[in-house]
Design a protein around this ligand. Structure first.
Ligand SMILES: Cc1cc2nc3c(=O)[nH]c(=O)nc-3n(C[C@H](O)[C@H](O)[C@H](O)COP(=O)(O)O)c2cc1C
Length: 218
């Protein structure tokens, strides 16, 4: 696919169809993403791919925990969005407002899609060692971006979501991640359910005006 097309298609999918993703394709995507750069070639990342029964069991137990009101406890320190810097905090507030405006009384679609791990047929859980500098989080982000762009190039849709790592103990249990690794992020892959309301293409989160993020000094 043309690079521009791949890049322009990088929008998230909050409901996948039941169609499975070929296991070899999942391995190919991660293998290609290994070429991503990292500080001193440290390659701190590991990719744990969950599909089939393991993923279904994980989804089921996560949903039970959410419904029981168990507080999310991500491995990455969480911080209330209002406590972030003013700039991202305002951007998140804008996103929240535009979601409410667009979906009105159907905001539960978002909650439901997160709660069910987007009905994804495959989820890649990304880890770095617990003993890591901030640089490794940066490297993991690059690796994640590579995975997503390569997946799109291969005809898949993507869903990066921290909600899938809200209960890292469960992820560890079902996906067999050692205790000395942080469950940093998760990317769901699959085929977009084009009829799903939550995937309405008219809901298209905007980006801030370019001038707000770009400064050229001569
Ligand atoms: C690190 C990260 C975590 C995210 N976590 C969630 C999540 O838990 N639930 C969710 O519905 N979307 C999540 N998203 C998706 C963002 O909300 C989405 O990328 C943003 O609203 C812009 O939408 P777009 O990518 O379709 O343009 C996450 C994205 C990233 C990069």
């Amino acid at each position: 696919m043309d690079f521009e097309d791949v890049f322009n298609q990088e929008r998230v999918t909050r409901k996948f169809t039941n169609r499975k993703v070929n296991e070899k394709l999942l391995a190919t995507i991660v293998r290609k993403a290994q070429q991503s750069p990292s500080l001193l070639n440290s390659q701190p990342w590991r990719a744990y791919v969950a599909t089939g029964e393991s993923l279904e069991s994980l989804k089921k137990e996560s949903k039970t925990q959410i419904e029981a009101g168990v507080k999310p406890h991500e491995d990455f320190a969480s911080m209330l969005s209002l406590d972030w810097g003013t700039f991202p905090s305002q951007n998140m507030a804008t996103m929240g407002a535009s979601q409410t405006y667009f979906f009105r009384n159907k905001l539960n679609l978002f909650t439901k899609s997160n709660k069910t791990m987007f009905n994804a047929p495959a989820v890649i859980f990304l880890t770095i060692p617990k003993k890591s500098p901030a640089w490794s989080v940066f490297d993991l982000g690059i690796f994640a971006q590579s995975i997503m762009l390569i997946a799109i190039d291969q005809g898949l849709s993507i869903m990066p979501a921290h909600s899938m790592v809200s209960y890292p103990d469960l992820v560890r249990k079902y996906v067999h991640i050692p205790n000395d690794e942080m469950v940093g992020m998760a990317i769901a892959l699959g085929y977009k359910d084009r009829g799903a309301e939550v995937n309405d293409p008219k809901y298209y989160p905007d980006r801030v005006p370019f001038e707000k993020i770009f400064k050229l000094t001569k």
